[in-house]
Design a binder for this molecule. Structure first.
Ligand SMILES: NC(=O)c1ccc[n+]([C@@H]2O[C@H](COP(=O)([O-])OP(=O)(O)OC[C@H]3O[C@@H](n4cnc5c(N)ncnc54)[C@H](OP(=O)(O)O)[C@@H]3O)[C@@H](O)[C@H]2O)c1
Length: 284
């Protein structure tokens, strides 16, 4: 399995679990907790969530699953890498601290491994950085980063005091949305700053794609696994597909072991060509 390095030298597996749409309905909460729990048993170590998902409900789902896994001895806290995100409207210096406190409470944790600004908002970035640094000094977060930042916004951020300490940028990156390869991904690679690829399956839109299905057949794999394996083969990229169904959780994790051949890559390139010019950042 490839690993992805953070600027501080910590290495992460190339796949984590997404949790958007979890925690929205009490009716299926137990199934979601069981899914996150199973993910940890399968070997997922990175879990991506946000205060926005289910307005805190997804953090509660993750919190319950993590607490059960810790109690059962499936993992130790140090083996997990928990990521959450602050709403831009909460990202003032003081607001970041308060939002993080609420997230930690819902998660039942004393620290986050990575805390992201969800997208650029109206609070000045230097204030948000100040809030993140205060949280880091207090041991409430290990690192901070951003999400939905395009290259221009990364330039702006890194020019600010402390801004170069941004540890990751989470953006939409899938075979159908390769725009980041033009300048954002190379810029992040120069800084050993991982690109966390969200919607790596286009929210399910790629799972029946004919070219991917054909490539997959040669490997006894699925189109989803090909879509994920292709992204995971990109240096400095990790994927965070969301899944609740057991088959999906297992299939996605196993995609980390799939190696695509030159003919596969050529077929994929013909169907999903690399960008030849700057494109606007894809966003959901
Ligand atoms: N930073 C941001 O702005 C941002 C934005 C969007 C998402 N995210 C993060 O990125 C994560 C992933 O993105 P996403 O959830 O929007 O989309 P996604 O991971 O591309 O797709 C998730 C959907 O695909 C299905 N699926 C998963 N594995 C599958 C497989 N092997 N075969 C067939 N279907 C499969 C899931 O079904 P089941 O659940 O039924 O298994 C779910 O409906 C989110 O959950 C969230 O943590 C971040």
């Amino acid at each position: 399995m490839n690993t992805v390095a953070l600027p501080d030298g910590t290495t992460l597996p190339p796949i984590g679990l997404g949790t958007w749409k979890m925690g929205e309905s009490p009716r299926i909460r137990a199934a979601e907790v069981a899914a996150v729990r199973l993910a940890i048993e399968i070997g997922y170590r990175v879990i991506d969530t946000a205060e926005m998902y289910g307005e805190g409900g997804a953090e509660e789902v993750v919190g319950q699953a993590v607490s059960e896994a810790l109690r059962a001895g499936t993992v130790t806290r140090d083996q997990l890498f928990i990521v959450s995100k602050v709403y831009p409207h909460n990202a003032s210096r003081a607001g970041v601290g308060a939002a993080c406190g609420r997230s930690l409470k819902r998660l039942g944790l004393d620290h986050l491994d990575l805390y992201l600004l969800y997208w650029p908002g109206s609070h000045p970035l230097r204030e948000t950085i100040g809030g993140f640094e205060a949280l880091q000094a207090a041991g409430r977060i290990r690192r901070w980063g951003v999400s939905n930042f395009d290259t221009g916004e990364m330039y702006e951020l890194s020019a600010l005091a402390g801004g170069a300490r941004c540890a990751a940028n989470q953006v939409y990156y899938s075979l159908s949305a390769r725009g980041v390869e033009f300048d954002l991904l190379p810029w992040q690679r120069e800084r050993t700053m991982p690109l966390m690829a969200y919607c790596p399956l286009d929210q399910g839109g790629l799972v029946d794609e004919p070219v991917l299905r054909e490539v997959a057949e040669h490997h006894g794999a699925s189109a989803s696994q090909v879509a994920l394996a292709w992204l995971m083969a990109q240096r400095g990229v990790m994927v965070i597909p969301k899944a609740v169904r057991e088959a999906h959780l297992r299939e996605n994790f196993a995609a980390a072991a799939l190696t695509l051949h030159a003919a596969d890559l050529a077929a994929i390139e013909r169907r999903f060509p690399a960008p030849r010019r700057k494109l606007p950042l894809a966003m959901l």
